[in-house]
Design a protein. Structure first.
Lengths: 243, 126
């Protein structure tokens, strides 16, 4: 039931619409990141630059205490790299969808990809909700709205840091948006097995430096899901396997 | 300079205050760490051929990575990140409310509202 799409603009707008219900999560998470930058000790102009150039809440939050403590540059950048390692997996997963795009477009789509926009794209792809053509424009629409929302709220948080309550747990909205996005995928057995193992490993390994626990959990989960998938394909199929 | 200013107005003590230019370099370095990881396979990938098994594995990337992000955020608390498996954990209650709402309706806005309402109530009254 792929919706027919006539032109790139319609695809772009379709992407913009697809993410609207979840933008509360992006806004809350952006604002909390902005507030944290200023309360952590950055001045307003530097916090704004950080938000615009880095655009990665988790890496910013991981790097902030190191910056404030005057840690060496390489330690800070290494922390950023490792915190962002999951994006390498994401870009590998997106690659087949954008392989025929120009280098510049692939770089731009990559830079604006986040946990949420990536997961939304993959879920829409698996549910057949992507437009038949102009998938890059659809994804650009998703990323544009996510970026705008995140930045507007991050800037608000930076400028109005002293007025934003930090004890309301607003950032939890971002986590809940991820829960709502990932929940429906858990109905298949490989996905469930992968998610459970990923969560357990991430919990057990959370003390690893550079936030490596998250990456370890993700890798363990993906391996478990793939093995479950392969095992299910080999056993007598209960339903027609979709390849 | 910026850091010294921040120290003055916020009273935060820094062992080795970063100067303006150093902070700029740090920010550019962090921006590069985001750009390089996010675009890695998208830039290098056009000529690459991944095996079928890897393609299947990558289909499970979203659900596994998000589980590794979400679950520690719900269950680990405080500066020492202690495990909180109690049924009164407000984040657990909020996440369960979102999950229940999700079974009933796919409306993400409703899920967020239900989750945040349950989370806030649990934090205030439990």
């Amino acid at each position: 039931m792929t919706p027919p799409v006539i032109d790139r603009r319609a695809a772009f707008r379709g992407g913009q619409r697809a993410i609207i219900p979840s933008l509360f999560g992006a806004g809350a998470w952006g604002m909390v990141s902005g507030v944290a930058m200023v309360k952590g000790g950055l001045t307003v102009p530097w916090a704004i630059m950080m938000s615009l150039l880095v655009y990665a809440g988790s890496a910013q939050l991981a790097a902030l205490p190191l910056i404030v403590a005057g840690a060496p540059l390489w330690v800070i950048v290494a922390t950023g790299l490792v915190t962002n390692l999951r994006f390498v997996i994401y870009s590998a997963a997106l690659r087949p969808y954008f392989a025929d795009q120009s280098l510049r477009k692939r770089a731009a789509l990559g830079f604006f990809m986040t946990d949420f926009t990536f997961a939304l794209f993959m879920r829409s792809a698996q549910e057949g909700k992507l437009p038949g053509q102009h998938r890059d424009a659809w994804f650009a629409g998703v990323c544009t709205n996510n970026w705008l929302t995140w930045q507007v709220f991050a800037l608000t948080g930076i400028v109005a840091a002293t007025y934003v309550p930090t004890d309301w747990g607003l950032e939890f909205t971002g986590t809940l948006a991820l829960v709502a996005l990932v929940g429906p995928s858990l109905i298949t057995r490989p996905a469930l097995a992968g998610a459970v193992l990923a969560a357990v490993v991430a919990l057990l390994a959370h003390e690893l430096p550079f936030k490596l626990g998250l990456f370890a959990g993700a890798i363990a989960g993906i391996v478990a899901a793939t093995l479950t998938d392969a095992w299910r394909q080999r056993s007598p199929p209960a339903s027609a396997a979709s390849a | 300079m910026a850091a010294a200013f921040a120290t003055r107005i916020r009273g935060i003590r820094m062992n080795d205050p970063v100067s303006g230019i150093a902070l700029g370099v740090v920010i550019v370095g962090l921006a590069l760490s985001t750009f390089v990881t996010r675009t890695s396979f998208l830039i290098a990938g056009a000529r690459l051929r991944l095996s079928h098994r890897v393609e299947v594995a990558l289909r499970y990337a979203p659900v596994c990575t998000l589980a590794a992000i979400i679950v520690p955020d719900i269950l680990l608390h405080g500066p020492n990140a202690t495990l909180d498996l109690s049924p009164l954990n407000p984040r657990l209650i909020g996440a369960l409310a979102t999950g229940l709402w999700l079974c009933w309706s796919r409306n993400i806005f409703g899920c967020l509202a239900a989750g945040m309402a349950a989370y806030s109530l649990a934090r205030l009254y439990l």
